[in-house]
Design a protein around this ligand. Structure first.
Ligand SMILES: [Zn+2]
Length: 345
């Protein structure tokens, strides 16, 4: 629960998935692509770039999103070419249509190296048996047979939500300045939600395209994943939030990937930090008795966890447990059946 409500612009958002745009700042078009579920939409941005456009984020690979882009390119983008495609991070709602757009427009794909390479690695996950390492990972968190079966049946959605990734890309780096049209945008990298998430910051115009690194209402997913079971993403995440406050002015208009553009960046960052701090305290209190990852959901989530939210809940619980372990406040032991138990030190 955020302590300080973000201040939203009183702008009517564009409809979802019809290719219509709202000009949120001069030369910055806001479009929304459908993603279904609770999020409903991802915000994508078209930045005026000379006699063409730079696109930031692209939507899931679906026929609806493709049709929306085609409509947008004909009308809102006035038939002018896409000069480059920037993808903030590899998640499919951001990267899904990038390959298609790149091929369609003959435009380069721009991403940080870790996001591009991770995307290339996990786009190979297609429906079928999940990797043995992934099953072992979730078993070690305490999953039972039913949970593993549910997961296995639904495995492979990543590969089908992303169109073929281009075989080359242009690397973005933290601190790099990219001229787009009249503006100069600085790349600000954040970690924890994904490996090397790029935000675009224009100090002069007081604009931040924040991707999933700063969201106005929901807290970004910060999870330990089967790909890197010993990671400590929450430590990366909190370090990144502190850096954002240092580098990005509080007066900035934040253009997030989900939800409405807002002012109040520093308050929002602080609310997210406080949310994690409270969760960590509640979690630590639970660890008087040894607990598995699946035993601590009550410390982190208000809503009961179902099969469909179990992956996220497990990953987020593991992220908080890993942080406590890294800080020396908890320790982890593996039992004879390979399940991890945490207790307070
Ligand atoms: Zn994401």
């Amino acid at each position: 629960m955020p302590m300080n409500t973000p201040h939203y612009l009183q702008t009517e958002p564009p409809a979802i998935g019809d290719g219509k745009a709202v000009e949120i700042a001069e030369g910055v078009l806001w479009l929304r692509m459908p993603v279904g579920g609770r999020l409903q939409a991802i915000n994508v941005w078209a930045l005026a770039d000379g006699d063409g456009w730079t696109i930031v984020d692209t939507g899931w690979k679906t026929p609806e999103t493709q049709a929306a882009w085609q409509e947008a390119m004909q009308h809102e983008l006035r038939g002018l070419p896409v000069r480059r495609i920037i993808v903030t991070h590899m998640h499919p709602d951001h990267s899904g249509m990038a390959g298609w757009l790149a091929r369609e427009q003959g435009a380069p794909l721009c991403m940080t190296r870790l996001e591009y390479l991770t995307l290339r690695a996990i786009v190979s996950y297609m429906p079928g048996e999940p990797p043995a390492e992934a099953v072992a990972f979730y078993r070690s968190a305490g999953w039972d047979d039913a949970a593993v079966q549910y997961y296995s049946k639904r495995f492979g959605t990543f590969g089908i939500a992303v169109s073929a990734v281009p075989d080359s890309f242009v690397a973005l780096e933290d601190g790099q300045i990219i001229p787009i049209g009249e503006r100069k945008w600085e790349i600000v990298v954040g970690k924890g939600h994904s490996p090397e998430h790029a935000m675009l910051y224009c100090r002069k115009s007081d604009l931040l395209i924040s991707g999933d690194q700063v969201l106005p209402e929901i807290s970004s997913n910060v999870s330990v994943q089967p790909l890197e079971p010993e990671a400590d993403p929450l430590d990366d995440w909190l370090t990144s939030l502190a850096a954002i406050r240092e580098r990005v002015a509080d007066t900035t208009l934040v253009l997030p990937a989900h939800g409405q553009p807002f002012h109040g960046l520093h308050d929002r960052v602080e609310a997210v930090e406080t949310g994690h701090a409270v969760a960590l305290e509640r979690l630590l209190a639970l660890l008087d008795e040894p607990k598995r990852a699946i035993d601590v959901f009550g410390a982190l989530f208000k809503r009961p966890i179902s099969q469909s939210t179990l992956i996220l809940a497990t990953g987020e619980s593991l992220a908080h447990l890993a942080l406590l372990t890294g800080r020396g406040q908890a320790r982890r032991e593996r039992d004879a059946s390979g399940v991890y138990w945490w207790r307070a030190r």
